[in-house]
Design a protein around this ligand. Structure first.
Ligand code: SAM
Length: 210
């Protein structure tokens, strides 16, 4: 359990979480970052983050569908999006959802789709999956808005995670949403591990179904 925040636990049912975490009312559950615990990082998505993400993808069997929440803000080669697109199987579908327009990446002939919208609304993603005949998400990468409420909402896509699917989540060192959601993940259902916890790095985690 991370101790940098004073966390409250509510027993609302969110699949895969042992409890719903909250920082309210002392802090807003809609804030991406409080600025404290900050150590400047040389690169937002570090080389070590890139390697953890690549490995996690490679170790996930039969990846037919990748969902990325929070798409390419960094130069493509060093962004999470670049890693996922470079390493996905040719026949795998990539869906990226971002509040901003990332349609410059879309290429249906290569199975690359982008959705502009708030990731908290899962319906456009599920509608696209239905249109493409995809029942489950095999690899979910969460790196959108890092508030507690948004990360809990983003975690809800796990309801569609395939039985051998993987979740990776960026910014698990200090950002409130990822830190609290990581701690709340139900260890009876999932194995979870933090990486890049030392040094100037935002951190990344990998979560797999047991
Ligand atoms: C940290 S950046 C992602 C960086 C990316 N992983 C990379 O390596 O370049 C976060 C992204 O989340 C997007 N975002 C912010 N709020 C969002 C929301 N409510 N729904 C979807 N995307 C959101 C931002 O537009 C931004 O592109």
């Amino acid at each position: 359990m991370n101790s940098i925040y004073h966390v409250k636990q509510f027993d609302d049912q969110v699949f895969g979480l042992a409890y719903r975490p909250s920082l309210a009312p002392e802090r807003s559950d809609d804030t991406d970052f409080y600025g404290e615990f900050y150590r400047p990082v040389p690169r937002e998505f570090s080389a070590a983050n890139q390697e953890v993400l690549r490995q996690a993808l490679m170790e996930t069997p039969d990846v037919r569908c990748i969902l990325e929440i929070g798409v390419q803000r960094n130069p493509l080669p060093e962004s999470s999006t670049g890693i996922l697109l470079r390493n996905k199987a040719a026949n795998a579908i990539f869906i990226g959802i971002d509040i901003e327009d990332k349609s410059h990446l879309a290429d249906e002939s290569r199975g690359i789709f982008t959705i502009q919208g708030d990731s908290g609304d899962r319906s456009p993603v599920y509608a696209l999956m239905a249109r493409l005949g995809i029942a489950a998400i095999d690899f979910l990468f969460i790196d959108g808005w890092h508030s507690v409420n948004q990360c809990v909402a983003d975690w809800r896509y796990v309801e569609r995670l395939s039985p051998r699917g993987t979740v990776a989540m960026h910014d698990t060192n200090v950002h409130p949403g990822p830190v609290l959601v990581f701690d709340a993940i139900d260890e009876r259902l999932f194995d979870k591990k933090k990486y890049c916890t030392e040094g100037p790095d935002w951190g990344i985690s990998v979560i797999r179904r047991k």
